[in-house]
Design a protein around this ligand. Structure first.
Ligand code: NAI
Length: 462
């Protein structure tokens, strides 16, 4: 048995970042992790491996569609799927080993195994019970199942199975037009699969700015994805390695069926707190199964904190990381803070989609007077040179004060471009502040500046 200042349960982006910050603040820290490797869902079966496949499949797309135009002639590459998976696994290995190195460097103990909390101040791993002044639950989330649909991770898969399919399917049905469905759907579409996305709502990407969402759907359709919207999936039957997906169209209740080699179920995730013993401890939960916390990530049981996907808020690695750093500060007696109004969201398709702050729909609902500054990447020289003219930047600013309220970008490197708006928003900047900032030419960032100019006297290159 050992004694620690802090024990964190879970080594995903929330947990490992929390551990490093705790150690930097001089706290004796351990992390419980039952997986063979550190990094949680994000590094092992989520963000990182999916980005490797998105990158590889995008390179193929470039070779097929744009190389010849640039005078790069020759045989178009063919897909060696086992090699692409090996590349993805190598990327995972490099990243997870990187966390192991950071743990050693910061003198953080990895308690290998699945942890539970038998009592406040105690964490059990295997037969060992360790003591901790503070415990942080950072156990993340798992895919939420659809009633009547059995996942076998071979024919009917979650994002985990979809990252390691034995072969590229001829026909893939994706249930759910959210982030996972569209990222992985676009990977397989680029690799040659026929991809049909079935979505319950009448639009893709719930919660996203409607104008961006419509453009996004149009661009994905151009890449070959087909969309069946307003459709509720009822069942998935499997036989002889194939699947039959049954759904009804909400507009007329008509029943339909479609065959597929692989069905990706991407209908959301739920907090994962199984086996921790939270009910026996009396830890309060929300009615959606999340650990209830106060503004300082403390649960109702003294000394037990929770962060990341296990609590309320968007299920995003970077939101968990921020909470991990902030709760470490709180535990060390400092002031941890997360500005939930400025958390970007990114979809890593091609083009990327990135968003921060309010959407137009939210501002209308709130009755807020606002103005819109929009700029198309068609007017951006760099984007034109790189076959990346699809999409736009949209900045929403207060009509009176010009303060930036939100930004929505669909286009090249949107996931990176969004951060200058995030920083501006953190400083309470106006659109004019962005517009008056010199932006290097030729860069994609100029499109952000032009959108800011469009909130005032107008963009230059429109
Ligand atoms: P999601 O919540 O983004 O989308 C699920 C979609 O499934 C919704 O559009 C919903 O209307 C639809 N749906 C639900 N039931 C249905 C049914 N019976 N028939 C048809 N459609 C149905 O969930 P997703 O994509 O599974 O992602 C889970 C979480 O992981 C999200 O919180 C997401 O933000 C996070 N994530 C974030 C990534 C990123 O930041 N790039 C990457 C991957 C995941």
């Amino acid at each position: 048995m050992s004694s620690y200042d802090v024990i964190i349960i879970g080594a995903g982006p929330g947990g490992y970042v929390c551990a490093i910050r705790c150690a930097q603040l001089g706290l004796k820290t351990a992390v419980v992790e039952g997986r063979e490797t550190l990094g949680g869902t994000c590094l092992n079966i989520g963000c990182i491996p999916s980005k490797a496949l998105l990158h590889a499949s995008h390179q193929l797309h470039e070779a097929e569609h744009n190389f010849a135009k640039m005078g790069l002639k020759g045989k178009t590459p063919s897909v060696d799927w086992p090699q692409m998976l090996a590349y993805k696994d190598d990327v995972i290995g490099q990243n997870t080993k990187g966390i192991e190195f950071l743990f050693k460097k910061n003198k953080i103990d990895w308690l290998k195994g699945w942890g539970s909390i038998p009592a406040a101040g105690k964490v059990k791993v295997g037969d060992d019970v360790h003591e901790a002044k503070a415990i942080v639950i950072a156990t993340g989330s798992t895919p939420s199942a659809l009633p009547g649909i059995d996942i076998d991770e071979k024919v009917v898969v979650t994002s985990e199975g979809a990252l390691s399919l034995p072969k590229i399917p001829k026909k893939m049905v994706v249930i759910g037009a959210g982030v996972i469905g569209l990222e992985l759907g676009s990977v397989y579409a680029r690799l040659g699969a026929e991809v049909q996305v079935i979505e319950y709502l009448d639009h893709i990407t719930p919660g996203m700015d409607a104008e961006v969402s419509k453009t996004f759907q149009r661009l994905l359709a151009k890449q070959g994805l087909s969309f069946t919207l307003g459709a509720a999936v009822k069942s998935v039957e499997t036989a002889k390695g194939k699947a039959k997906v049954a759904y009804t169209l909400r507009k007329d209740d008509s029943a339909h069926e479609v065959d597929a080699d692989v069905v990706l179920v991407a209908t959301g995730r739920k907090p994962y707190t199984d086996g921790l013993g939270l009910a026996d401890l009396g830890v309060e939960m929300t009615d959606r199964g999340q650990v209830k916390t106060d503004a300082h990530w403390a649960t109702n049981v003294k000394g037990i904190y929770a962060i990341g996907d296990a609590i309320t808020g968007p299920m995003l690695a970077h939101k968990a990381e921020d909470e991990g750093m902030a709760v470490a500060e709180v535990i060390a007696g400092k002031h941890g803070h997360v500005n939930y109004g400025v958390i970007p969201g990114v979809i890593y398709t091609h083009p990327e989609v990135a968003t921060v702050g309010a959407t137009e729909e939210q501002l209308k609902k709130d009755g807020r007077a606002y103005k819109v500054g929009k700029f198309s990447f068609m007017g951006n020289g760099r984007a034109k040179a790189n076959f990346a003219g699809d999409g736009f930047v949209k900045i929403l600013a207060d009509k009176e004060t010009d303060r930036i309220l939100g930004a929505h970008i669909i286009g090249p490197m949107a996931g990176d471009l969004i951060h200058e708006v995030c920083v501006a928003m953190e400083f309470g900047a106006s659109a004019q502040d962005l517009a008056l900032t010199c932006h290097a030419h030729p860069t994609y960032s100029e499109a952000v500046r032009e959108a800011a100019l469009a909130c005032g006297d107008g963009p230059i290159h429109a």
